[in-house]
Write a protein that binds this ligand. Structure first.
Ligand SMILES: NC(=O)c1ccc[n+]([C@@H]2O[C@H](COP(=O)([O-])OP(=O)(O)OC[C@H]3O[C@@H](n4cnc5c(N)ncnc54)[C@H](OP(=O)(O)O)[C@@H]3O)[C@@H](O)[C@H]2O)c1
Length: 232
């Protein structure tokens, strides 16, 4: 698959390296050619470099890997209709440190992207974990494969991004439509805030089988250990 990446920082590097190693064609676009070329070389496996506009129109999927404050400018530079009918992956987080925890600087970034890039099939993904984790070889914790929640409205784009998640040896989870992405964004702010406060976010949430997430007398329909995906 052809994947354009806008941004040449930590997330671009971590995800780009994994996708290029999995055999995908990766194109890095940044605001300076030097930064893009430097990252393409670090990614290896034939990754190419250029400008933002070139990355925007390069592939079946485009990853937005820039700060939220840069999103509007990047979408404007990509031009109206650049992403129409294609998957636009949003891994961004809009939060800032605040008194020992983190607060959101805006409530619904993925929905804003969809509004500013009409026709794009926006999928929220990869925002819950640090770039260092996506870049590492660790793919399961406490015996469970690491799951990547995906929120989006277009079934084809969700399938495509699920494939890209699986190609990184991670487990895609369909986590609802784009309207759910704001909760994923808030979850990230909350959990990262807890981690930075020294509290283990993972310890606060029980596994599915102990979550009592079923009406009385019924069994859970999905086993958390199962590699199969529930339909959205
Ligand atoms: N790092 C993480 O652990 C992590 C985890 C989850 C989500 N995220 C999210 O992923 C996104 C990228 O994070 P990152 O850690 O990869 O950031 P980063 O390492 O700071 O890289 C950001 C990239 O965006 C580019 N950029 C900044 N302002 C720009 C503008 N106005 N126009 C065009 N490009 C611009 C930078 O360009 P230059 O190279 O020219 O400086 C850089 O290449 C952020 O939204 C972040 O919240 C990060």
């Amino acid at each position: 698959m052809r994947i354009g990446i806008i941004g040449a920082g930590q997330m671009a590097r971590a995800l780009g390296r994994g996708w290029a190693a999995a055999g995908h064609e990766v194109f890095v676009g940044a605001r300076t050619f030097e930064r893009a070329a430097e990252l393409a070389e670090a990614i290896g496996n034939g990754a190419k470099a250029g400008g933002i506009l070139q990355a925007a129109v390069f592939g079946e999927a485009t990853l937005l890997a820039v700060p939220v404050t840069a999103l509007s400018a990047v979408l404007r530079e990509s031009g109206a209709g650049a992403f129409t009918g294609r998957a636009l992956i949003d891994c961004t987080n809009a939060f800032l440190p605040d008194n020992g925890t983190f607060v959101l600087t805006e409530p619904a970034v993925a929905e804003r992207i969809a509004a500013e890039a009409p026709g794009a099939h926006v999928v929220k993904a990869f925002n819950l974990c640090a770039a260092e984790l996506w870049d590492s070889d660790r793919r399961s914790f406490e015996g469970r494969p690491l799951a990547v929640p995906l929120c989006g409205d277009d079934a084809g784009a969700l399938d495509l991004v699920a494939t890209l998640v699986a190609d990184l040896d991670l487990r895609p989870v369909r986590a609802g439509g784009l309207a759910q992405a704001r909760y994923l964004e808030a979850t990230s702010a909350f959990v990262v805030g807890q981690w930075f406060s020294g509290n283990d976010g993972r310890a606060m949430i029980p596994p599915l089988e102990d979550a009592f997430a079923v009406p009385d007398g019924e069994q859970p329909s999905v086993n958390a250990h199962s590699p199969s995906l529930p339909a959205r």
